[in-house]
Structure formats: C-alpha cells, structure tokens
Design a protein around this ligand. Structure first.
Ligand code: ADP
Ligand code: ZN
Length: 721
C-alpha cells in the first residue's frame, strides 16, 4: 500500500499520513511537498513504524503533491535526528529543520542573476552613489545583499543598474568547488605527530566508529596532525566534516587548509549568503563537497558519504546551542559518527572534563601531543596579587603587568591583554542620584560601548544612545562608568603607551570573516603591538612574536551562573596563555587575581593541569554532577510575571518524587527577566540510573500551561542564568 508517514517541518504538527500517487516514488528520507488544508507543507518521508501516529483509513489520505528533486536524507542522518530530538527533549520537526537548513537548496532553477560593478561611472555622481560604489568594489551578489553591503536602498542600486554602473551576471549557483588535493603539500611531521597521525589514518581506513580525544598542548600542531586523516578520507573519496567553535576562527583555518590541500574547503555557517548556502547544501548532499568546515549547524547537514568528523577546540562552550534546539555539537558529533560508522576526533589543549572522563573509562582513545612543535617551550606563568599590587583608582593594570608591557614594546615584541568583557564599562550610574542604567526588557545592566557611543544589553541586543543627562534626576555630566571592559583597558594602555599600536579584538570589532582576516594579517605583519581582546582571542591564533599574555581579571569567570565555572576559567586562561611564546622567543603569562590561592588559579600558576582536573573530578563526583550524574534545567517563562510564577508553582506541585532524581526549584532565574519574559527555573539532578528524559516528558507533559507560557528544557546545561 502506498501509504507514507511524513515528519512535517512544523513543530506544532505531529506526523501526518499521505498517499503516494501512482508512479511516484519516495523512499524514506525523501523530501516532499504535501497538502495541508488549503496550504502546502514540506515534510520528510519517514521510515515505516518509527513515528507513532494515528492510522487514518487509506481512502481518506490525501496525495503527496511532489517529491523535491534532492537526494533523500540518508538513514544515519534520520537516526541522528531521532536521537537528538529524543535526548534533548526537542520536537523532531525542529531538529529536522536543521538538516534542511537551506530552503533555497530544495528547488528552483540552478542559475540566478547577481550584480557587480561594471567599471563605468554614473552621469551624476552623488555622495551616496560614491559611497555605494566604493563599498561594492570586488563584491557580487543579489540586489538585496549588495544593498546590505553598501548600506543603501535597492532603489539606489537599481538607479545605478539603469546607468550601466552595475551590471547583471548570470551565475550557476551549483557550480562545482575546487578539488582538494590530499597530497598537495604534506608537512614533515615530528615523530610524535607522525605516530598520532598514523593511528588516526588507520582509523579512517578501518571505516568504523572510533572516538578519539586528541589532547595536545597549545602549539603542538594538532591541526597539522589531524589534516593527515582528513587527507586519507579525501583520498578514499569520503567526505569530512570539521567543526570549529567560532566563525572568527575560520579565516585562519582556511588559509592553513589551502596551504595543505591546494584548495579551499566548503564553508558552512549561519551568515552564508543564500546562494552560497544552497551551493554548499547541494554539494554536501550529492557527495561532491569533500571537506566541509563549519560552525555547529554543519553537523545536521545531509552528507552523502561521510568518512571522518573532527571537532576542533572541542572544549569550547560555543558548541552548546542555547536557543531553539538546545544541543551540544560536540556530543552530537560523537553520536553522528556512531550512526555513520566513522571515526571522530575531539581536539583540544584543555579537554572538557567529560571528555577526559570518557577517555579514562576507555570509551574514547586518547592520543597525546605533549610538546610544542619545533622546540618552542610552554610559557612561564606568574601571578599578580591584586590585593598587594593595587592599580590606581579607575585603573586596572598593576605595576608588574605595566612593566612587562613596556619591556615587550622596547624589544619590539607583541603582547596580548585578555579581559572577557566587551565594551567600555559593565555598569553606568548617575553620581548625583545613584540611578543605574538597566535594560528595559532584561534584569541586566546596560554595558557602555564608547566606540559606538551606546549603552547596550548583552542579553537581548537592546541599545540606546548614551544620554547627556541622567534620565532620573536630569543632572548633566554626572554619569560614571563602573568597572572595566576591553575598551576601557585600551584607553588605559593608550594613556600609558601613547606610541603603541593597539588593536581591540572582540565580537564587536571582528564581526565578519573579512575583519578577522584583516586583524590576523596585521598582527602577523607586526602592525600591532598590543592586542586587547575577549574570549575571541583565546584560541586558534598563532602569532610567533607574541611573547606576553596578561590576564586582566582572572577572577571574573568564577562569578555568575556558569555551572562549570572552575573548569571554564581554567581552560580559558590556559588557552589564552597558550598564545604566548609560540615562536622562537619564550613566552610569559601574567595573571592578575585577588584570589591567588583559589584552586583553579593556583593550578594555572603551577601548570598542574592533571592536579586541577583530579580535584575538579572529585568535586563533581561528590556533587553527583556530570559526568557522574546528570543535570537538566527547566525554564518557564511568560511576559506576565504572575502567569510565569503560577506555571512554576503548578509544575512544582506535581513534581515526581523519585529516589534517583532531585528537583530543585522553582526559583526566579538569575536573569529573572529576559527579552521581556519573566523566568522561573528548576534544576534537575539525576543519577545515571534514572531515565531523565522519560521522567521529564512525563512530568512536564502532564501539565497544561496557559498559552503565554513557554517551557524550555535544557539537557546537560552549561550556563544557568
Ligand atoms: P595547536 O592547534 O596544537 O595549538 P597548531 O596546529 O596551531 O597547534 O600548530 C602551531 C604552529 O606550528 C602552526 O603555525 C603550525 O603551522 C606549526 N606546525 C605544527 N606542526 C608542524 C609541522 N609538522 N610542520 C610545520 N609546521 C608545523
Ligand atoms: Zn536586554
């Protein structure tokens, strides 16, 4: 019988049954369009018997309208979608959407019109036109994209098309990518690197699930080493997925990849243009994309023939997605490798405690690169006790750090100052009346950004101009900035060393791949003396003449709602420290702290990573925290405070009483108001013996909430605000 059950791409709908018309073929995984009332919906034909649903009489089934001409989603991906939805308590449709990430890939013609400058000049040159033309130099894209790039309306550009200044071009959207050559420029590996690479290459050849933890100190050449199994997979015609935590890292990676393989990999991230996205999606689905480098969303794409997955900087918290489907790309990558029966490599200099635990249990095979490449030594670390070495008032750099900066400037070497706080100051208040600037829709202070002369909320994106006068008491010139952000540190450095060339490296300044590339080129070309940056500079970068790293406030990460604060602080500081002394000259790290005796700070000072992990592991075991027990966070929110509170109380009243599950809450979340929604939370701590997801589904599924209430379930949460 030609009955099919669809996973419809609409989380509000369950699976729906349809009839396959005579002569239409749609095996499991096919993407189809089906009627729904007067509308059409997109769905995926699912494997028989795997989606529960109501069996409607065959005669009443409506027919599938069309099968979209793309390859069916492969079975391993369908299993991954099921697993992800089940494990993270997310709707199947929401997970499936991530696989079909590119609506444009699904249909339509394969060519399109793009526009570019023709080289001509307009009859009448206006300032606006001149600026638009300058902005479009070397660019090509749709009207909409170019208008965005040039910061003008499409009308302005159409005027220029009319005058022949901008010309249309037909492009083949699906044109093939350059081929990567696995033997283009293989490096000479050190014996240690070669041993690790050999093991990984053998795993690729074995074509079976094999999880590896590649644990190599900063500068040990992890990338060069894992490029060998990548080359092996490419050689045998298999596809490779390399996940990177941050798009700012990709430029650096792309350059190294091109040097090794003679061609660029296929890029995937959320800010790809629609055509680039379609081209990549199609090449991934038809198997012609050899190596895909992407952010976490690349994980759910329909690879035709995967041979290897690499998760670089696998400890990074940005692999955790905190909205929509709340998944951890590192963990899902391991599951995908398992469903695909391929090896997966988690590479890091500071692996997550969970990953080290899996290695200790023998589940992951651990491969070590204990030394820096080329004989470079690891940097020496010194603590600066801020309770003794007090910076002046309104100043944040203590004497030893200032002296060290001066020393590098004298020697013509580079320095990096790390403070994980964007903007100028985290809090602004009125000296006259004490008014504090708060976000109107979040329980958070507004952060002053002096470069853009704005006060911004880092939680919801709200922005307002810095006012002349206090909105509360009307007094002018009375606003005081409290605490430091990177912009303020930059001011301080500028005052201390007026001749130094300073660069800010944050997600505000390096917000496009182009800007990131420009920054890297300047730093490598020694056009920058002092880099001041947020967590963005903690990883990936390799500047041989950078010999000093200063951590402005090591205690910062220990505050706040991070469930893994100690571990996070350790890895962040160890990573940023790892930027120092990567070339011939030795590096030095100065860590400013008010708590030199805190275990994590002491471990950083003595370089005792194993000791730190051992202590942290023991603490987690005692607390029943991951990986020994399991956590889940539940956040109930509503625009109405009372509604949110009542929902939380109601859920709390019917909490299950189980021996192996402890439920804390409800309590107002630390961010009690976020984007205009009031939030209450529960923290669930379960032993490994408990079936956490089933328990959550039973518990939460049994309660009817008011329509304005949203329920968010976060399995294995990282942040707890
Ligand atoms: P990690 O990722 O482990 O911090 P990288 O992969 O960035 O280290 O390597 C550090 C530096 O050493 C890079 O500039 C890299 O190109 C260089 N390098 C590492 N291994 C080799 C090798 N075998 N041959 C040449 N250069 C290497
Ligand atoms: Zn806000």
């Amino acid at each position: 019988m030609n009955r099919v059950r669809l996973l419809v791409l609409n989380a509000a709908l369950g699976p729906l049954d349809y009839r396959l018309p005579e002569g239409m073929s749609a095996p499991a995984g096919s993407v189809v369009v089906a009627p729904l009332g007067p509308r059409k919906v997109t769905g995926i034909v699912w494997d028989k018997g795997r989606l529960p649903g109501e069996a409607i009489a065959f005669e009443r089934l409506r027919p599938i309208l069309e099968v979209v001409p793309v390859p069916p989603l492969p079975a391993p991906l369908r299993r991954l979608i099921e697993w992800t939805a089940d494990y993270y308590c997310a709707p199947l449709a929401s997970v499936a959407r991530m696989a079909l990430a590119s609506g444009g890939a699904l249909g339509g013609p394969a060519t399109m019109t793009e526009y570019r400058l023709s080289g001509g000049t307009p009859e009448r040159m206006t300032a606006q036109r001149r600026a638009a033309i300058a902005a479009l130099e070397g660019e090509q894209g749709t009207m909409r994209e170019l208008a965005g790039l040039a910061g003008v309306s499409q009308g302005v550009l159409r005027g220029l098309v009319h005058q022949g200044v901008i010309e249309p071009v037909r492009v083949n959207i699906d044109r093939p990518y350059d081929r990567a050559d696995p033997d283009f420029a293989p490096p000479d590996l050190s014996p240690g690197q070669a041993a690790v690479a050999g093991r990984l290459v053998a795993a690729v050849q074995a074509r079976a699930f094999a999880p590896f933890l590649l644990d190599g100190v900063t500068g040990s050449g992890k990338t060069e080493t894992y490029f060998e199994p990548v080359a092996e997979a490419v050689r045998s015609g298999k596809q490779v997925l390399v996940l990177l935590p941050e798009i700012a890292l990709t430029e650096n990676f792309l350059a190294r990849f091109a040097a090794r393989f003679g061609a660029a990999p296929v890029l995937w991230h959320s800010s790809l243009r629609s055509t680039a996205r379609r081209r990549a999606w199609r090449a991934i689905a038809d198997g012609s994309a050899q190596v895909v480098v992407g952010a976490r969303s690349a994980l759910f794409l329909p690879y035709a023939d995967l041979g290897l997955i690499v998760v670089d900087e696998a400890h990074e918290v940005s692999f955790k997605q905190d909205d929509g489907v709340r998944y951890n790309a590192r963990d899902v990558a391991v599951m995908r490798a398992r469903f695909e029966s391929v090896p997966v490599i988690l590479a890091s200099a500071t692996p997550a405690l969970e990953s080290l635990h899996m290695a200790a249990q023998g589940v992951y095979e651990k491969l070590d690169l204990p030394a820096r490449f080329g004989g470079a030594s690891l940097p020496s670390v010194r603590l600066v006790n801020l309770t003794q070495e007090k910076p002046g008032s309104g100043r944040w750099l203590a004497r030893p750090l200032i002296d060290a900066l001066r020393d590098r400037l004298d020697k013509g070497e580079q320095a990096l100052l790390f403070l994980n706080r964007r903007g100028y100051a985290p809090l602004t208040l009125c000296r006259n009346c004490g008014h504090r600037f708060k976000c109107p829709s979040c329980s958070a202070w507004l952060v002053e950004h002096r470069l853009s002369a704005r006060l911004a909320c880092h939680h919801c994106g709200f922005e307002t101009r810095v006012p002349e006068a206090c909105p509360e008491c009307g007094e002018s010139d009375c606003l005081v900035a409290c605490g430091p952000g990177v912009e303020r540190i930059a001011d301080e450095v500028r005052e201390l060393f007026p001749a130094a060339r300073i660069a800010l490296a944050t997600s505000d300044t390096l917000n496009t791949p182009e800007r990131a590339a420009e920054f890297i080129a300047m730093a490598q070309g020694k056009a920058i003396d002092i880099i001041i940056g947020t967590q963005l500079v903690t990883k990936g970068f390799h500047f041989p003449d950078l010999t000093l790293v200063g951590v402005v406030d090591a205690d910062l990460g220990l505050e706040g709602g991070d469930l893994r604060a100690g571990e996070r602080t350790f890895s962040q500081i160890a990573q940023v420290a790892g930027r120092a002394g990567r070339g011939a000259k030795p590096g030095e790290v100065l860590i400013q702290t008010r708590h030199p005796d805190a275990p994590v700070i002491a471990a950083l000072a003595s370089g005792d990573r194993d000791g730190f992990y051992a202590a942290e592991t023991a603490a987690r075991r005692d607390a029943g925290a991951p990986p020994f027990g399991r956590w889940a966070a539940i956040i109930l929110s509503s625009e109405d405070e009372k509604e949110a509170r009542e929902a939380a109380t109601r859920l709390g009243d019917v909490r299950p009483r189980l021996a192996d599950v402890q439920i804390l809450g409800p309590a107002p979340a630390p961010l009690a108001l976020l984007r205009g929604r009031y939030r209450y939370r529960f923290l669930v701590n379960a032993r490994r013996s408990a079936n956490l997801q089933a328990m959550l589904r039973d518990w939460i599924g049994g309660v009817q909430f008011a329509p304005g209430v949203r329920v968010g379930i976060d399995i294995d949460p990282y942040s707890f605000v």
